[in-house]
Ligand binder design. Structure first.
Ligand SMILES: Nc1nc2c(ncn2[C@@H]2O[C@H](COP(=O)(O)OP(=O)(O)O)[C@@H](O)[C@H]2O)c(=O)[nH]1
Ligand SMILES: [Mg+2]
Length: 234
């Protein structure tokens, strides 16, 4: 039986990007004949995100996509939990509804998962030669976050907050997740660490967007992330 990768996409007001990113994900050719499914969770977007996802599904029958909807906005973490109810793949990765990362990086990630029999792998935006970030503050915030995760949980990672977190689905489903918003990342980092997993990383491509271009993450979310890492440590 072929293995399958499940791509979870929690989206909120991404009408401008959603069709492009769905196309990019669908176009990825996975190694070893691995199949792909996409689970989009529309988090009560107030723009045309849902409509565009439906149009894309209608126009792309070859692509295995399911759309789930939240009635009210609940946050990225809640979206990931909703998506997990529908996931059927052996591996699961998170994909944002924007175009900051390149889904072609699923290929080397999956290859490394298979070759090294890993349960968890992060794609790092800061390991590559071309180091980019949305801003200096954003870059520094990410460095601090990774450092805190390393100190508290004995990891050696460079990008704690990366969206590209790939898991053995059985592992991700076994973790009792409870955070609703952007604290999904520190929560899952804390909990896999506490289970004793060493988080591996590989470099990925990164094309940061600005707030004008729709970025929703704020400095406040960085603080919340650090507090979340502390909360699950003690
Ligand atoms: N489900 C859900 N997703 C959200 C919400 N706010 C932002 N997102 C999604 O989270 C992702 C990351 O947002 P972004 O601002 O680009 O932050 P970054 O990529 O983590 O730096 C995007 O795909 C957004 O659509 C929300 O309230 N609910
Ligand atoms: Mg983003």
């Amino acid at each position: 039986m072929s293995k399958k990768l499940s791509v979870i996409m929690p989206v909120y007001n991404e009408a401008e990007h959603i069709k492009n990113i769905l196309q990019k994900v669908c176009d990825v050719i996975l190694p070893d004949g691995i199949l792909m499914e996409i689970v989009v969770v529309n988090d009560a977007s107030s723009d045309e995100t849902a409509q565009r996802v439906k149009e894309f599904i209608a126009d792309n029958e070859k692509c295995d996509i399911r759309l789930a909807e939240h009635e009210v906005n609940r946050g990225k973490g809640a979206g990931i939990r909703t998506a997990l109810q529908y996931v059927t793949g052996d591996y699961t990765v998170i994909q944002d509804g924007d175009e900051e990362l390149d889904p072609n990086d699923f290929v080397p990630m999956l290859q490394k998962m298979l070759d090294e029999n890993l349960s968890v792998l992060y794609g790092s935006r800061f390991l590559s030669h071309e180091k980019r970030a949305a801003s200096h503050t954003f870059y520094l915030g990410n460095r601090i976050l990774a450092l805190v995760a390393n100190i508290l949980y004995g990891q050696h990672i460079t990008d704690e907050a990366t969206c590209y977190k790939m898991f053995l689905t059985s592992l991700l489903k076994s973790i009792p997740l409870e955070c609703d918003r952007f604290e999904f990342c520190p929560e899952v980092t804390a909990k896999v660490s506490r289970l004793g997993y060493k988080i591996q990383e590989i470099p990925i491509h990164y094309y940061p967007r600005s707030f004008e271009q729709g970025k929703k993450l704020r400095a406040r979310d960085g603080w919340d992330a650090i507090l979340t890492l502390l909360k699950y440590r003690f």
